[in-house]
Ligand binder design. Sequence first.
Ligand code: PLP
Length: 383
Amino acid sequence: MSLLVNRGTRPLPASARPGPEVLAFHRRLPGYAPTPVHDVPALAEAAGVARVLVKDESSRMGLPAFKILGASWATYRVLCDRLARLGLEGDPLWDTLPDLADMVARQLGPLRLVAATDGNHGRAVARMARLLGLSATILVPDGTAPARIAGIAAEGAEVTVVQGTYDDAVAESAALAGERDLVISDTSWPGYEDPPRRVIEGYATIFAELDEQLPALDAPPPDLVVVPLGVGALGAAAASCLRAGLEPGEGPVLVGVEPDSAACVAAAVEAGHVVEVPGPHRSIMAGLNCGMASMLALPTVAAGFEAFVTIGDDRCRDAVRSLADAGLDVGETGAAALGGLLALRVEHGSEFPVPSGAVVLLLATEGVTDPVNFERIVGRPPR
Ligand SMILES: Cc1ncc(COP(=O)(O)O)c(C=O)c1O
């Protein structure tokens, strides 16, 4: 369990915040609705702060995580680029998703979406492929929970288990890129930046929703926002949406949470460049089992996050139980934000004090994606 206080924060330009076109796109997708925000006094009491608000991503367009927001926008933009090459661009290209699927089939022919994943991103890419009538190949590291593999396969995708880490799966997915094979990755590497940039933009919808939801809850703007970090794409979205145009000392303080064994974003911020945290990464916070931060996300995260805390699986299990006791069935990765808040309060109070009057926003980024482990932790099946 460690804490890195980031001395290198700097203001982000107001232009860093994505425009309204992302939310407008998501609103046109089947099943779109804002995810709820819960005000949870029991968690505020447990954490010793004034208020804990939980943005609950356990059901997002019928999937158990927020990741479809990035996967859908990135897939759409990649397809738009292909259509633009044929001179087909400008609004409205489509009214409904079946219209778009039709146009893609007629103009572009058969295509395959390819992605590496710890579970949620790949399932979201597979869902987009199904909605658009495309095929999909999703690569997962060995050790991925059977329920998560089944979730991806249920979308009709081919699932390939890679003998190695998530980062090995990313490398294998990159090698599959081709004229008919579109890699939709949430992480970036030299020469591959456009889809992961779109993924980050896609996550802006979470924060656009919060802009309306927090005032409606009569909640003041949060003092602290706790964000789980895998490769840092969600963190980059949080920083660009919540800190753009603000001076130091204004607006919310952002803190990132990673597993003890895979703190690749903190390591990169400390080093000033992407570094590899060697695997195997076996935390129960599967979505955070990443050994290398996204080089595209890193500068924004390094500018906008004031601290990075790591937690172990026991702290995560406590957080899963506390959320479940409060009526929120959240998966291990989703519970990491609460685990991070508890670690700050219990272990790092002197280096990074969180005032007892603080209003804290937690991004609970997934629902239960491994019911067997959930039951092991909580003692009952998910509701
Ligand atoms: C549920 C969940 N939360 C958080 C994250 C972290 O997001 P990122 O990899 O963009 O940092 C992931 C990544 O897979 C995830 O699945």
